[in-house]
Design a protein around this ligand. Structure first.
Ligand code: DON
Length: 307
């Protein structure tokens, strides 16, 4: 007899919770240091829009770097592939997410690391878009991916903005290379607001399934971005989404994914499933220990590996 999906997810979550409690909650954004490390949720969304969830599935946390593939999708849809590629590359950096990873041309190496994500943020909209309109476009775009209106956690936003010297430095550097449109300070401020959007694991699962369905949200049926955009985004997630652990991730889990420093992980298997997982403690690459473990288990049990 087959186990019903919710019971199966409970079992996966419990096993992964008991496999140890290593890792550290992120603290370089002061507000994130207060997260309850015991929180742990997981959700799956299937191609017909059915969502299964287990654990702290209602708990909302800031999306952080998981916003990067979606802002990249909007930039591609708004500006086209050639213009985006003039500003940001598609090669893994081999460095940490907050490193100065530039190619010789001055282009950030990819849109999944901070330096490339700040550059990508500034490309959303068109040359006349104001910083406030750009943030609105991103909030509405990410909400369309999730199928509900997402809100900003203002305490996290302010906390990150107060300690943003490194991201500011990255933005000024790209600006000096001629690859960042507009004012560096505006780009970082908008990027931080993008990272402060609140999601739960169900949102992540639906957002992932939308990417994995050629841009059509399986719950609302809205075509959020064109299919070619999703192909580009998923390709870059596959090689750069888990930072310097991307190779290990691709060999063990084998699906395009993105992590965030609040503890979220999103995985998208084209045409099949969207995964959202969350627990605050991170490994040395900045990926949630329990969420990574959960994805490894789901991939193994359900045969999700692309290869
Ligand atoms: O810019 C930052 O540092 C954060 N807003 C996002 C970093 C992040 O999520 C890295 N991922 N694991």
């Amino acid at each position: 007899m087959q186990t019903p999906v919710p019971d199966y997810l409970d079992e996966v979550r419990e096993t992964c919770a008991h496999e140890g409690d290593d890792g550290e909650v992120a603290s370089y954004i002061p507000e994130l240091a207060d997260a309850d490390p015991s929180l742990f949720g997981v959700a799956l969304c299937t191609i017909d829009g059915t969502v299964y969830a287990s654990g702290d599935a209602e708990h909302r946390f800031t999306i952080q770097s998981i916003s990067k593939p979606f802002a990249y999708a909007l930039a591609l849809a708004d500006r086209g592939l050639d213009t985006v590629l003039e500003h940001v590359g598609v090669e893994p950096s081999g460095d940490a997410f907050n490193e100065i990873s530039l190619e010789q041309s001055g282009r950030p190496r990819n849109p999944m690391i901070n330096i490339g994500a700040i550059t990508t943020h500034a490309l959303v909209g068109d040359a006349d878009t104001t910083p406030a309109d750009r943030v609105r476009r991103i909030r509405e775009g990410l909400s369309a991916f999730a199928g509900r209106e997402l809100e900003v956690d203002d305490a996290v936003r302010r906390s990150e903005l107060d300690t943003a010297s490194r991201n500011m430095a990255l933005a000024y550097l790209v600006h000096a290379q001629g690859k960042l449109e507009g004012e560096p300070h505006d780009a970082v401020e908008g990027y931080i607001e993008q990272c402060s959007l609140l999601v739960d694991v169900r949102d992540l699962a639906v957002m992932a399934m939308t990417l994995a369905s050629g841009g059509r949200n399986p719950v609302t049926d809205e075509q959020v971005v064109p299919a070619w955009v999703c192909r580009q985004v998923l390709a870059v997630m596959a090689t750069c989404g888990m930072y310097d652990a991307a190779g290990d991730w691709m060999s063990t889990v084998g699906i395009p994914a993105k992590s965030g420093v609040a503890g979220g992980v999103l995985g998208a298997l084209p045409g099949q499933v969207g995964i959202g997982a969350f627990s605050p403690k991170l490994d040395r690459f900045g990926n949630s220990v329990r969420a990574v473990r959960t994805c490894e288990r789901l991939s193994r049990d359900m045969g999700l590996h692309l290869m």
